[in-house]
Design a protein around this ligand. Structure first.
Ligand code: SF4
Length: 368
């Protein structure tokens, strides 16, 4: 593994501190040899030996061993979003991806219990597509500035203001908001789906940055009415900052950005895509001997590229951490697996599930 994360202090955006356990994990069930073997497995998978020394891996090994044992014993499928920390992604997750892939994984999983390590709206999405399964969400307080920034009433008001105009919502919305919209979209399919909606106008909620990107892409074809929400993580980046970094790092730099960023940032980017697409593009650049890469997105994407690259890659640390995504730690997952509290089990009213399901079915239909 040859990827290197530049702790770009001049940019003020180093990778976040690693999430060590809050208290010493109970290791009595496992032998020292089992714990050492697990710590080595973790270090090998995470591929950041300096940030994740063997001492750190040893401190989390009893937790990952116990979570994996309980998962097997209780037949639980553990899904983690790319923005979760590497100890969760490489230590205990059965499936790791972006929102679109995860919503399909939740739907298709044969297990009757899904544990969703991510923010609340994603666990709700898993419940919508698998209403008969038990969906456990370890961190009920983990929200999202996009999904928390719009209500079902806001959508009803827009419908009243623009009667008959289809409403597309970004998947970063609550079940109640999805129930009021015609179709959901993700960062990997929003252009394709919105283009295919009937009529010459559409309402897009809640991300104003993605909406602006959509307006530009559909110019001359459709009018896009955009709601005023934003992702607090991607809103931190600005075109000026990216231009400054490009100047500092040099002309060989490839800038890869997430579409939740503002238009001025996307104008500076060489590539725009969902977190999965950004990871694939970074790995592709590495394999083509174009090693200088900057990822303009949440830090989890950079952590996955570091772990999954086999090639020379100078990965500049221009990332911002999502406090909501990072609210979940291994200890929360273990507690929720052992004895989930009522507020850790996703419950949604059947009428909301039915309407939101129609919305997501439409997404799967239009995205294929
Ligand atoms: S990164 Fe942004 S969009 Fe994603 S969960 Fe965090 S606040 Fe929400």
């Amino acid at each position: 593994m040859k990827a290197v994360a530049h702790d770009a202090k001049s940019m003020g955006l180093p990778l976040p501190a690693i999430p060590l356990p809050r208290s010493e994990a109970d290791s009595s069930r496992y032998t020292d040899e089992e714990i050492l073997a697990e710590a080595r497995r973790l270090q090998e998978a995470i591929q950041q030996n300096q940030r994740w020394p063997i001492s750190a891996c040893l401190s989390i090994a009893p937790l990952t061993l116990e979570i994996n044992r309980l998962k097997k014993e209780n037949d639980v499928f553990l899904i983690a979003h790319t923005y979760q920390t590497p100890d969760i992604i490489y230590g205990v997750a059965d499936e790791v991806a972006d929102s679109y892939t995860l919503s399909k994984a939740a739907r298709d999983a044969p297990q009757q219990t899904i544990l969703f390590s991510s923010v609340r709206f994603m666990a709700e999405t898993a419940k919508i597509v698998s209403p008969d399964k038990t969906v456990i969400h370890p961190s009920p307080e983990a929200g999202c500035s996009l999904s928390d920034g719009i209500t079902a009433q806001d959508v009803r008001d827009l419908r009243e203001q623009y009667p008959g105009v289809p409403v597309a919502c970004y998947i970063n919305t609550t079940a109640a908001v999805k129930a009021e919209c015609d179709v959901s979209v993700t960062s990997s399919n929003y252009l394709r789906i919105c283009e295919r909606l009937p009529g010459e106008r559409l309402i897009f909620v809640p991300d104003r940055f993605m909406g602006a990107h959509l307006q530009k892409a559909l110019e001359g074809k459709k009018e896009v009415i955009v709601f005023d929400g934003e992702c607090e993580v991607h809103a931190v980046f600005t075109g000026d900052k990216v231009r400054k970094w490009k100047k500092e790092i040099g002309s060989e730099l490839s800038v890869l950005a997430h579409p939740e960023c503002g238009a001025d940032v996307l104008e500076e980017a060489d590539y725009v895509g969902s977190s999965e697409k950004l990871i694939q593009e970074a790995l592709r650049l590495g394999s083509e001997n174009r090693p200088d890469v900057m990822l303009i997105t949440e830090c989890g994407t950079a952590e996955r590229v570091l772990a999954e690259s086999d090639n020379e890659l100078n990965l500049y640390g221009a990332c911002v951490m999502c406090r909501h995504m990072k609210a979940t730690q291994l200890e929360d997952i273990l507690q929720a697996l052992r004895n989930p509290r009522e507020d850790q089990i996703i419950e949604i009213e059947p009428e909301i599930i039915e309407l939101a399901q129609r919305n997501l079915d439409e997404m799967f239909r239009l995205a294929e």
